[in-house]
Design a protein around this ligand. Structure first.
Ligand code: ISJ
Length: 475
């Protein structure tokens, strides 16, 4: 890997570590901030919604900028706006400005996403594992920040330092990115043409439609669970400790899942089987959680659910979408995340209504969401061609196919040997042009892609020429 590419990747992953901080930095400091803003906790928590608004408003615009003006421009917008949010928030004492800054954080998030996912797909020829790795960095950030906040409060240090740590990292990261020459979009489009998946139009429509739906369900399935699991567990009679423990197991499962998926995708060409299996597992796990009244079983299921549903499935789906339409990666990323944002917005509303109805099992609705996700996985299974993400990969596929061909040719020669024996006893000539014509007609009939008929016929003709030579060599 060239050092500039390593440097670029370092920038991208560090951004998402900082984003992990950013995701929870307002909630982690909410009490301090509300004093600062002279507001109630209710008003302060309203400020949080600004992030969601900023994301929704900016995704399409940032996607457009990413495709038209380049990934680096978009990255710079995202990193600068994040830096402003991080530096200004702890000094600001106005609620109105706090809301504006939260919107800015949402814009920063959408800019980073619209630039980073396309860029990773371009650096690594659809390298799905790198996108999944982003999720690991977010989790790492979310893991570290609460410890920093706790440390500051225990040592009576200024809470704003928890903002200054990621702000400093972001400033260093900006300095790292500025001199880098990130490939310009035009170059990318020309190469992208070559990388686009070759699949039929109906399959393209089915798969991309399914993947947009997945943008919603993959987010919804996690939000539904994390929002309700503790309340649900207490309601069915689990102890408070167990109820909270289920959520921790989910997080632990998620980190384990992300690492496992990154390793699997890096080593093997297993995107489709991994995607289908994890979706099946998540459906099984959420069904178990819904029906189980046994705390141990629920604990295992919560871990498995985190492992599968939150193990980077969303990133795999997005990466697949980008490989179908490589020319519009920025816009596609933006649109995909809008579906995700709609999930964060609508799931609390839907579940809020459901929970008011008597005799409803609040978790049962999440089974439906997981089931829709599983259906999309099945669509992917039948529509997505086996993918080769590098020259070496493509040659590996060819080697596998050749091994099968060789075994089949040996079988064919064995049958030819039998034919030869019958011909010898009946004193029949080796060459039979009628039979050869039949064989070639059959090749034309059996070949699905009609463009390939002349090539397949030429190959089989060569096989038959050799089969005759082989017969002549036999006694
Ligand atoms: C094996 C045969 O002998 C020859 C080889 C053929 C083949 O390999 O398919 C077909 C016709 C013959 O010219 C046969 O007659 O079936």
């Amino acid at each position: 890997m060239p050092s500039s590419s390593l440097r670029l990747k370092t920038t991208l992953f560090t951004n998402y570590l900082i984003h992990g901080f950013g995701m929870i930095i307002l909630t982690q400091n909410l009490v301090k901030l509300s004093h600062h803003w002279n507001s109630s906790l209710t008003v302060a928590s309203f400020v949080l919604s600004g992030i969601g608004i900023g994301r929704l408003v900016a995704y399409l615009l940032m996607g457009f900028i990413s495709d038209q003006f380049g990934r680096k421009t978009t990255l710079l917008i995202g990193m600068t706006t994040y830096l402003i949010f991080l530096v200004a928030t702890p000094f600001n004492s106005s609620v109105a400005l706090a809301y504006a800054l939260a919107i800015l954080a949402g814009v920063a998030n959408s800019a980073l996403d619209s630039a980073t996912y396309p860029l990773l797909a371009e650096i690594n020829k659809n390298g799905t594992s790198n996108s999944v790795l982003l999720k690991a960095f977010i989790s790492l950030g979310e893991f570290i920040l609460p410890m920093i906040v706790l440390f500051l409060s225990q040592n009576n240090l200024w809470f704003g330092l928890s903002f200054m740590v990621p702000a400093t990292l972001m400033a260093l990261n900006l300095a790292n990115l500025l001199p880098l020459n990130v490939r310009q979009s035009q170059q990318v489009i020309e190469e992208a043409d070559l990388q686009g998946l070759v699949i039929s139009r109906p399959k393209k429509v089915a798969l991309s439609g399914g993947l947009f739906v997945y943008g919603y369900t993959s987010m919804a399935v996690m939000i539904w669970f994390t929002q309700w699991i503790t309340i649900f567990a207490k309601k069915i009679g689990f102890s408070t400790t167990v109820a909270h423990f289920l959520l921790s197991l989910y997080s632990l499962g998620s980190i384990t899942g992300v690492i496992t998926v990154v390793v699997l995708l890096n080593r093997f060409n297993l995107k489709k089987p991994v995607f289908v299996t994890l979706n099946a597992l998540s459906l099984l796990a959420i069904t178990t959680i819904t029906l189980s009244t046994n705390a141990d079983l629920s604990a295992v299921a919560a871990f498995v659910f985190g492992f599968s549903a939150a193990g980077g499935l969303m990133q795999i789906a997005l990466n697949t979408l980008l490989s179908i339409f490589p020319r519009h990666k920025g816009m596609l990323t933006g649109t995909f995340f809008i579906f995700g944002s709609l999930a964060s917005f609508s799931v609390p509303i839907i579940t809020g209504l459901l929970v008011k109805m008597p005799h409803t099992n609040i978790m049962a609705g999440d089974i439906i969401v997981a089931f829709v996700g599983f259906l999309v996985a099945l669509i992917m299974l039948v529509t997505l061609p086996p993918e080769n993400s590098s020259l070496a990969d493509a040659r590996k596929s060819i080697n596998k196919i050749d091994s099968k061909l060789i075994a089949l040719l040996e079988e064919r020669f064995a049958a030819v040997n039998d034919v030869h024996k019958f011909k010898q006893t009946g004193q029949i000539a080796i060459k039979d042009l009628n039979r050869e014509r039949q064989v070639l007609d059959n090749v034309a009939k059996k070949t699905k892609n009609k463009d390939l008929v002349p090539y397949n016929q030429a190959i089989v003709q060569t096989i038959m020429d050799n089969s005759r030579q082989y017969q002549a060599s036999l006694k």
